[in-house]
Design a protein around this ligand. Structure first.
Ligand SMILES: *Cc1c(COP(=O)(O)O)cnc(C)c1O
Length: 354
């Protein structure tokens, strides 16, 4: 039986998607060739790319609203610099909510002035800062919607007239939002969409072409848009599997459906963390992530017993990020509710055995 996969990324994908992907590796489209040995410019693959981009916009409800979806390489980390390269003329504002936000800030400083509107660093990033002021004279405001490492998530996005840019790597397609509030959204595929190697970027086209610097072609969003994500050879396998996952999500009922399931999973684990006297949650309650639940054992001496029980129950990928320690249950879209129940059962078994 497959393990319960709580890995933070790369992470669980729907089983049906993995099976379709396996078939495509052997024989894509019944054409007696593998998906990974045909030209990316062949008709069948161009159709895959078109469909992946179309599904992304459709699921986010951004069709016919001036947005383009593209698949790029270099991970979400490449977007830390591409965003600034393409959009930062003088000044940009950033919210520092964790390691990834901090990395984005570091890259942006290569291109202009960065104003950190607020930071939760002094509290080990265990909450989302609120009540800060976004300057009005900045080129954009950058936020990280879900802090994968610390298990915090922005519940309400700040209102302002400034262009809003969001790293949604670890919670895109997981909850209903008015996505048209964002001018640019990016997400590495490997957390809620597909295998590592592709990054989805969704851009409102009108924000481009405003900086005065020259942009190398491969870092220029306009080039990738005009070449329909085929400026150079795209990561075909990652794009294909992302397309399958988006199709899976659409057929289930899209974000409204999956959000309900995600909320059930989160309620199940957080109720147990709060009820069970052996555990304590890491993130401030009102900012808890629905995707990544971070928690610790109160008594570290129970560690090996707990981890033995986890192993026996087939639970995998629960270790916290190396910078934080403790435990992290990543509950992306493809993780079934019964996997969270299996984890809760182990937490209760530990309590009984204690
Ligand atoms: C994982 C992650 C990243 C880094 O993604 P890479 O594709 O490895 O560069 C950036 N931001 C967030 C929110 C993440 O969860």
């Amino acid at each position: 039986m497959k393990k319960h996969n709580f890995s933070a990324g790369p992470c669980i994908l729907p089983q049906s998607v993995i099976e379709q992907a396996a078939t495509a590796i052997l024989n894509f489209n019944n054409d007696n060739l593998s998906l990974i040995e045909i030209s990316h410019r062949s008709k069948p693959f161009v159709a895959v790319m078109d469909k992946a981009c179309k599904l992304a916009l459709e699921i986010l409800d951004l069709e016919n609203k001036g947005y383009k979806a593209i698949f790029l390489q270099g991970g979400a980390s490449m977007q830390f610099l591409m965003v600034a390269y393409n959009l930062l003329e003088k000044k940009a504002a950033y919210l520092d909510t964790g390691t990834w936000a901090n990395n984005a800030i570091k890259e942006a400083k290569n291109f202009g002035q960065v104003i950190e509107v607020a930071s939760s660093k002094s509290q080990k990033y265990n909450y989302i800062p609120k009540n800060f002021t976004i300057p009005t004279d900045v080129d954009y405001f950058h936020v990280t919607s879900n802090n994968t490492i610390f298990g915090t998530q922005i519940k309400e996005f700040p209102k302002s007239n400034v262009s809003l840019i969001c790293d949604m790597s670890s919670d895109i397609f997981s909850r209903q939002l008015d996505f048209s509030k964002f001018d640019l959204i990016y997400a590495g595929a490997q957390k809620n969409m597909g295998p590592a190697g592709a990054t989805l970027v969704v851009i409102k086209e009108e924000i481009l072409g405003k900086v005065s610097r020259a942009i190398p072609s491969i870092l220029d969003y306009k080039v990738h848009i005009s070449k329909e994500s085929m400026f150079n050879t795209p990561p075909v396998f990652s794009v294909y599997v992302s397309m399958l996952t988006l199709e899976w999500l659409k057929n289930l009922g899209g974000i409204p459906f999956i959000e309900t399931v995600n909320n059930q999973k989160a309620a199940l684990i957080y109720n147990e963390i709060d009820r069970n006297p052996l555990f304590v949650g890491f993130a401030a309650k009102e900012d808890r992530s629905v995707m990544n639940a971070t928690f610790n054992l109160i008594d570290e001496s129970l560690k090996s017993t707990f981890e033995t029980l986890l192993n026996e129950a087939g639970i995998s990928g629960l270790s916290g990020h190396r910078s934080v320690g403790g435990y992290r249950a990543s509950m992306y879209n493809a993780l079934p509710l019964y996997s969270v129940q299996a984890l809760v059962d182990v937490m209760q078994e530990l309590e009984r055995s204690f």
